[in-house]
Write a protein that binds this ligand. Structure first.
Ligand code: UGY
Ligand code: MN
Length: 248
């Protein structure tokens, strides 16, 4: 309990930092034995949703809305996923991409902590994306813009049927993004490990494992890892669509 109401959480028109101390859990519609924390949503101006699902053993997931694709990342626990008549067990670092309007079932095999990204799918090709099931430990990391101290894993295919990306960044202590990025894509980010400083618009915020950040399109952004351990974050990005497509 903070006796004077201080928090690292901070919301602006074009970004938000939500630290775990600010979480207010609530039931998720159609999920059982699960408490949800919706950390990013259209309520703050985002065009996607990012939430934590804290499932008790035996808890079950509800479906996304029609037309909405889902990406699930297992932070802790064992999740059973039933998809296209196949059954998968996902442990920590496991992930699943479920295309829009694809029947699936998720049951917690043990107490689970999930991060989920959901977005309305915008088609650009005659065939939509196929499901992807994987484990981040099996994905090869590449140096980001040539820097071996900033290693990036791309968890989803980069083919044109996908309109979202989910990546995992690992920064060695002292490493930084090589530029202050300003781009049309939006981000939802979860700090998985370590500490750093995130520049968001005109402010510099100390961040650490458990923090969530929303960055609106064109929000200036930069990061550096501080401390003695690597900093790692998982992040969502919308990709590959015409920016005028949403307009009337
Ligand atoms: O993919 C990205 O835009 C990434 N470099 N942004 C970020 O880490 N804030
Ligand atoms: Mn970026």
């Amino acid at each position: 309990m903070n006796p004077f109401g201080f928090t690292r959480s901070h919301t602006e028109r074009n970004y938000a930092l939500v630290a775990p101390e600010s979480h207010v859990p609530a039931a998720l519609p159609h999920w059982t034995d699960t408490s949800g924390i919706i950390v990013v949503s259209p309520g703050m101006g985002a065009r996607f949703a990012q939430y934590f699902a804290l499932m008790a053993a035996g808890g079950t997931a509800g479906p996304p809305l029609p037309g909405v694709q889902r990406f699930v990342f297992v932070e802790q626990g064992r999740l059973q996923l039933q998809l296209a008549e196949q059954s998968f067990i996902l442990g920590p670092g496991g992930f699943a991409y479920v295309p829009a309007d694809t029947t699936h079932a998720m049951t917690a095999g043990s107490e689970c902590r999930l991060t989920i990204f959901e977005k309305h799918y915008r088609a650009a090709t005659s065939e939509g994306p196929l499901p992807v099931i994987g484990c981040e430990q099996d994905v090869k990391a590449e140096p980001f813009m040539g820097d071996p101290d900033a290693m990036l894993k791309t968890l989803l295919p980069t083919t044109p049927e996908f309109d979202m990306a989910v990546n995992l960044f690992t920064f060695a202590p002292g490493a930084a993004l090589p530029l202050v990025e300003v781009h049309v894509m939006e981000h939802g980010l979860l700090m998985l490990q370590g500490r750093g400083i995130y520049r968001l618009d005109r402010n510099w915020h100390p961040v650490q494992a458990g923090d969530v950040i929303w960055m609106a399109p064109y929000c200036p952004q930069w990061f550096t890892a501080v401390g003695k351990e690597p900093a790692r974050y998982l992040y969502y990005k919308d990709v590959g669509r015409d920016p005028l497509e949403d307009l009337p």
